[in-house]
Design a protein around this ligand. Sequence first.
Ligand code: GUN
Ligand code: FE
Length: 423
Amino acid sequence: MANFVLKGHICQSQDRTHLGIRENHYLVCVEDRCAGVYPILPAKYRSLPMTDYGDKLIMPGMVDLHIHAPQFSFRGLGMDMELLDWLNTHTFPEEAKYADLDYAAAAYGQFVAHLRRSETTRACIFATVHVPATQLLMEQMEQSGLVSYVGKVNMNRNAPLYLAEPSTIASVRNTRRWLEETAGKWQRTKPILTPRFIPSCTDDLMYRLADLRAEFDIPVQSHLSENFGEIAWVRELVPTARNYGDAYRKFGLFGGDHRCIMAHCVHSDTLEMEYMRQNGVFIAHSPESNMNLASGVAPINKFLDYGLKVGLATDVAGGSQESMFRAMTHAIQASKLRWRLQDQSVAPLTFDTAFYLATRGGGEFFGDVGAFEPGYEFDAVVLDDSNLDHPQSLSVRERLERTAYLGDDRNIYAKYVAGTKLF
Ligand code: GUN
Ligand code: FE
């Protein structure tokens, strides 16, 4: 277990509306956890190894609550379709390629290398239906040093024959095999149950997955109320449900006794919000994806006011990039257009709130993660913004804001995950 001290300008989210900046402070890691932020290093820590990052910024690692690893290969393509056509035209043909382990090894290698270089320290990841390729991805994620949940996808209907699992029994059998072979196998990489979305899974499969979820005591991730065409389809597929969220709830896959992430929630109404609040469901807000697939813009401040748990996500390849800084920028920009054009009752997002979503908001899904509070897991990213030149003097806060808007992976100088230095 690692014990060390970092020095620099410490930037973190205090709460939903406040960034906290501590210039030239010491950040202490004891046994892989944060032991505090200090202006003067307490005597008891003076014997620990120290890295002085000088004028650089040190922030908590960012948490990507929703990303599709197999879609990284076609990021930036096919962005002129809505969700259901995009799935059939681009996504399903690409995901079918992961039956080939050589292709999966190459494609996942690129995905993992990019994620490792990025500001992301933790992620919740969709794989494909294929068990061997999903295990290969989990192995690669473990080697990367990042912390993740990875899900073998379930889909036994409304997908091409070359990709869909042929029956409920086959889907359950594959999922059980995957869970038996991966549960407890790795330190940083854990399985998460991943029914793709309601249109992909028959009712009987959903009930069986809920049984497996309980048996293996794992969390759940899926998609919810993303796009109008999809929502109308779910209404037809599960006519007894009061809304899309209620369909998951009926099947026992909507939080409550387990942790659960639902991506998007662009069009969730008050009743769906109430179900999410009652069940502690996390919303993975994916603003770039929601623009690319013409889904809309989720009312994030309304969700936060209502007491919902919200994190930020890239949703590659609905989103085109793995960068959480880009996701923050897109979240702010989309919220302003929503406010201007659609609904002035929901205030646009500030930089402070976007930073909160990217760190503490999603971090909560992983436990004590997303801030430098005593006892929190030690995830830190060191930023070097010296290439973003400027003639005037800027505050540390302004430098952080600019790095988020303008920066890229060249600005990621060092990265620590759960107390381990990756680079
Ligand atoms: N809904 C079901 N599958 C997907 C997917 O792969 N991406 C997005 N954005 N939404 C989905
Ligand atoms: Fe998605």
